[in-house]
Design a binder for this molecule. Structure first.
Ligand SMILES: Nc1nc2c(ncn2[C@@H]2O[C@H](COP(=O)(O)OP(=O)(O)OP(=O)(O)O)[C@@H](O)[C@H]2O)c(=O)[nH]1
Ligand SMILES: [Mg+2]
Length: 361
């Protein structure tokens, strides 16, 4: 059975609407891509196909003695850190690869991020042999990841697992570019969740790397919005922080996706870390409702008007003691650093988790 080298689907010439379809004239060639990969790679055009159940596919790892590289997206840690990966992969040894580090401002200290990841893993009793921060985009620490894999692999196959879109395929492409003659991306990657459809086995020297389909997590914000909106929300490059000095009774909109109300406290600075394509807009608290109702889907976009109709919002009120610097995190969207004693009401869309942590920066 021949497989597509881009997504791992078994190639077939029968049904164009099922995964792995390829024109029969092409099927006898070596190293071919299916029609869907061809379109994704050349035109960034998604062809929806009926997908196999990824959980069934992943469960094949359970019976293999393997090293697991659990890849998470640092910009959407909460939705992409999956403690259940241990169970899904048969309690095999695991390394955490925290990817997309290029999106965080360079001023973030790597050790702080690593400690944060370790701390969160410990809270879930998740044992990781190592935590490595990487960027498949800028090739940061790809050698560190490979060294860690070499240290812990003990001759086993290495599976790259994690949520959709965290960069599993991109990481393997990055390793291939670094350690072989390959100069282009072998495996198909895209910002569409569910790009990889089946195991893709890559042999490099004595290593066997296996790319896997992403675990679908309904909490990931990418599931509920259009590609156009996602492209604005998910940062493409290093975030430029926006520093605002606010008086109490002022509000800040993050496009139409979140609203930050400074309810009580002395005049102070807040730093907003969101994709550079989102609007960070200040107004008076008393005008905020009105502005939202008039401008949602217009100035406050994303979401688009028709998406807004489908979304639900919720609020939380939080008190900060000013004794430490804290981040108020909106999972998948970004975070706000708070340095003073204050009371904040935060509103955002359902699916985005609100929580606080000690400031990363
Ligand atoms: N900024 C940045 N983007 C990245 C990085 N790694 C991957 N991406 C982007 O994230 C998107 C998803 O990458 P993929 O490699 O297709 O992710 P995946 O985990 O294999 O996704 P599935 O196959 O759908 O499970 C693509 O648009 C990549 O270009 C990174 O380190 N930094
Ligand atoms: Mg993939």
């Amino acid at each position: 059975m021949k497989k597509c080298i881009g997504c791992g689907a078994t190639l077939q010439c029968i049904d164009e609407n099922k995964e792995g379809y390829i024109n029969e004239k092409l099927i006898d060639r070596d190293n071919t891509y299916c029609l869907r990969c061809h379109r994704l790679r050349n035109y960034n055009e998604n062809k929806e196909v009926l997908k196999e159940d990824y959980l069934k596919i992943l469960s094949r790892i359970c019976n293999t003695d393997a090293l697991i590289v659990h890849i998470i997206d640092l910009f959407d840690f909460d939705s992409t850190f999956l403690p259940q990966i241990k169970r899904l992969t048969g309690q095999n040894d695991c390394i955490i690869c925290a990817n997309k580090v290029d999106l965080l401002p360079r001023s973030v200290k790597p050790n702080k991020i690593i400690n944060f990841v370790r701390h969160r893993a410990n809270l879930d009793n998740f044992k990781a042999l190592d935590v490595v921060l990487t960027s498949a985009k800028t090739m940061d620490n790809i050698t560190d990841l490979v060294e860690s894999i070499m240290k812990y692999r003990n001759g086993r196959k290495v599976f790259f697992v994690g949520c959709c879109n965290v960069g599993k395929s991109s990481i393997i492409n990055a390793i291939l570019k670094k350690y072989s003659d390959e100069s282009k991306d072998i495996i198909t990657t895209s910002n569409i969740p569910g790009t990889t459809l089946d195991f893709i086995e890559i042999h490099l020297d004595e290593f066997t790397f296996i790319d896997t389909p992403g675990v679908f997590n309904e909490r990931q914000i990418i599931n509920n919005l259009s590609m156009e909106s996602i492209n604005k929300i998910v940062p493409k490059k290093e975030i430029r922080p926006i520093n605002l000095q606010l008086d109490s009774k002022q509000s800040v909109f993050i496009s139409g996706l979140a609203r930050f109300d400074f309810v009580d406290g002395d005049k102070t600075n807040f730093t907003f870390y969101f994709s550079n394509d989102l609007l960070v807009h200040r107004t008076k608290l008393e005008n905020a409702d009105n502005l939202f109702n008039r401008q949602i889907g217009e100035l406050l976009n994303p979401p688009k008007k028709e998406e807004y109709e489908m979304l639900k919002y919720y609020s939380e009120t939080l008190n900060f003691d000013g004794l430490k610097r804290y981040d108020l995190v909106l999972s998948g969207l970004g975070f706000i650093t708070i340095v003073s004693k204050c009371k904040i009401k935060i509103t955002t869309i359902e699916g985005v988790l609100i929580y606080t942590r000690e400031a990363l920066i």
